[in-house]
Each structure stands twice: as structure tokens, then as C-alpha cells.
Ligand binder design. Structure first.
Ligand code: ATP
Ligand code: MG
Length: 258
């Protein structure tokens, strides 16, 4: 793949919490329009890596460089968290954070206008174009039939998809999802995989996940972390066939312990 297809560079990231290295010298590239998984045993440093990409945590060493499609590269390390979101790098956290008493559509309106402030969200009328964008985005996560429903009444999986849609509505170039299929049954997990394959057409997706069927279904590339270190990277088949990965993760039933 051409160098200009790189969306994110993770360069030699280390992070030390009170003498404990949660990550040591981790480096990889995330290619544009791919679904890039990070897997590894509990405590491997996966969530910490997402925290570093979105600047919630400062690394002890290393840099993260974002390569927007039509602009100069942007160094994310050292930036403010909200500025990174404005640059087009969004993140969905594991705990759902939808407003349960608002409708699906109202949650989407808040997500779309949120960065302009609450006053604007409440008092400025939503334009026809904005509503169209909201409904097109809901369609991509199969929630277009539910726009009038109270978000609190959605099934667990639907809430997760709504949150993904809330990320997508501002048209980010990269979205990060920490265990999006956690707590989902097989059919919902499968549908989540299909949603990721649909949205990567115009977005780059970084995902942490333990469910190996889900990884097999949706991954273009998989990076394996172990005890804060880069262990290996490859396509799903290469990773599954790797003896070290089997020993430290798969062999121990790592996919079931989250
Ligand atoms: N703020 C912090 N202060 C101290 N230690 C931390 C902090 N954040 C994470 N850690 C430690 O860093 C290690 C990596 O944690 P992290 O949450 O990144 O793992 P993970 O790969 O996401 O695991 P899981 O699969 O269980 O979610 C763990 O040992 C954790 O206890
Ligand atoms: Mg985690």
C-alpha cells in the first residue's frame, strides 16, 4: 500500500505509570479505510494506547501522527483532547453514553451540533441538510426505522450502534472503538462486524476486541499486544497461526476472559 495511504503513525510509544510500563516502545501504522484491530490479553495496554491516541493520557516517550486525507500531517501527541476530535479523530468509549430520555434523532442532533455549544443545539433549528445527514447516518447502522424512539428503550446492541452513528455524523476520518461488541450476543456481534465493513468505505476504524469470530469477520489487519509490548502484526490468518500468539493469548482462552 502506498505511503500516502497511512492514516495514523504510532511511533515508539512508551508510557510509565508510577514506575510501571503499561506500554513499551509500541509502533505501528494504521492504513486508511481499513478496520485495524488491537488484540491481546487483559492488561496488554490496548485501552491505554487508545487513551494516548486521543490525548487522554500523555506518553512518556513517542509520538502519534495523524495524516488527514487532504491536509498536512498533524501531531496528536501534546494536543488537547477536544482539538483532536475537531481534527477528525473520534472515540467511542466502552460504557454507552447516550441520553436515554431523548429520542434517537435528538441524540444525533446533539452529536452533530455538540461542538457548537449547547445553546446552538437547543435553539437553532436543525436544517433540512442536517436532518438528511442524520438519517443517512442512521441508515448505515440500521437504525433509520428507530429515529423517533427513546434511546433508553433501545436494545443493548442498538445503543452501541447509535453511539457509532453519533461518532460518524461529524464525518471523522478515524474512529476508535473499545470493545464495541462487549455484552452482545452472536447475531448482534455479527451485525456490528457488518456495520464496520460498511463504514470503513469512508473512514478508518481502530477497534479493540476479544471476540475472535468478530475479529475474523471484520479485520483487515490485527496488531497483537502483550504486556505492553508489540508482539506481532498481520492479517487474521497470520495472527491465528502464530505460535507465540497462541501461547500468550489464544491458547489461554484469551478471547473469552474479557
Ligand atoms: N492510569 C493508570 N495508572 C496506573 N496504571 C494504569 C493506568 N491505566 C492503565 N494502567 C495499567 O496498565 C496496564 C494496561 O491496562 P489497559 O487498560 O490498557 O489494558 P487492556 O489491554 O485494555 O486490558 P483489557 O483487555 O482488560 O481491557 C494494566 O496493568 C493497568 O492496570
Ligand atoms: Mg481495555
Amino acid at each position: 500500500m502506498a505511503v500516502n495511504d497511512v492514516a495514523l503513525e504510532i511511533n515508539n510509544i512508551s508510557v510509565c505509570f508510577d514506575g510501571f510500563y503499561a506500554l513499551t516502545d509500541v509502533r505501528t501504522r494504521v492504513m486508511r479505510n481499513t478496520v485495524h484491530f488491537f488484540i491481546g490479553p487483559n492488561g496488554a495496554g490496548k485501552t491505554t494506547l487508545l487513551d494516548i491516541i486521543c490525548a487522554r493520557t500523555k506518553p512518556t516517550a513517542g509520538t502519534v501522527i495523524f495524516h488527514p486525507k487532504n491536509r498536512e500531517p498533524v501531531r496528536l501527541t501534546g494536543m488537547k483532547e477536544y482539538k483532536i476530535v475537531n481534527e477528525g479523530v473520534g472515540r467511542k468509549f466502552q460504557v454507552p453514553s447516550v441520553f436515554v430520555n431523548l429520542s434517537v434523532e435528538e441524540n444525533m442532533i446533539l452529536a452533530l451540533k455538540g461542538h457548537k455549544g449547547i445553546f446552538d443545539s437547543i435553539f437553532r433549528k436543525t436544517t433540512k441538510e442536517e436532518l438528511e445527514c442524520i438519517h443517512n447516518t442512521l441508515k448505515r447502522v440500521s437504525l433509520d426505522g428507530k429515529s423517533g424512539e427513546r434511546a433508553g428503550s433501545l436494545a443493548h446492541g442498538e445503543k452501541q450502534w447509535l453511539e457509532i452513528a453519533m461518532q460518524l455524523v461529524s464525518k471523522p476520518e478515524i474512529i476508535m472503538l473499545d470493545e464495541p461488541a462487549a455484552g452482545m450476543g452472536k447475531p448482534e456481534t455479527f451485525k456490528t462486524g457488518e456495520i464496520l465493513k460498511e463504514i470503513k468505505k469512508d473512514c478508518t476504524i481502530i477497534v479493540i476486541e476479544h471476540d475472535m469470530d468478530f475479529v475474523k469477520q471484520a479485520a483487515d489487519i490485527v496488531t497483537v499486544l502483550h504486556e505492553g509490548k508489540f508482539l506481532m502484526e498481520g492479517n487474521v490468518n497470520e495472527v491465528l497461526a502464530d505460535k507465540t500468539v497462541q501461547a500468550v493469548y489464544l491458547g489461554r482462552g484469551g478471547e473469552h476472559d474479557a
